[in-house]
Design a protein around this ligand. Sequence first.
Ligand code: HEC
Length: 124
Amino acid sequence: MSKVFALLSTTMIVAGLITVATAADDDKPVAKHSTKEVMKDAHKSGLIKKVVGKTASDEERDQLVELYIAMAQNDAPKGSQKDWKILTSRLVVAAADAADDPENVDALKKVTNCGACHKAHKPA
Ligand code: HEC
């Protein structure tokens, strides 16, 4: 009886694992932060203003790079996926440039055009 039970539960565990694995496969690649979170933590928070204004700490500049990497890993909620990958890759590179050299914010200023990206990629 206990042998049957053990067998049953093993089967159930395996079935459970397969279900979990399948669910994970169906999901999009899991970035560390959703794009909504990035907007909150990088933009609404004022982090981007600090980095562009050259008042951010090293940690804050690194955080911006990390947030933009997550954003680039996410799919665009709207618009061309190709344009989204190009745009968000530019954000990563520009934030990385600013992290390397705090004075180097010209590219970052240019690519963080809120309205231009929202028009193309933000759902209404
Ligand atoms: C490269 C593209 C891009 C840039 C640049 C960008 N955004 Fe966004 N933003 C988005 C997308 C996409 C969404 C919609 C996210 C969603 O609904 O999943 C969004 C949503 C938002 C939201 C709403 C978040 C919410 O909780 O629904 C705010 C606030 C925001 N952005 C602020 C800003 C500000 C401020 C800037 C400029 C400093 C900016 N964004 C620049 C792409 C961008």
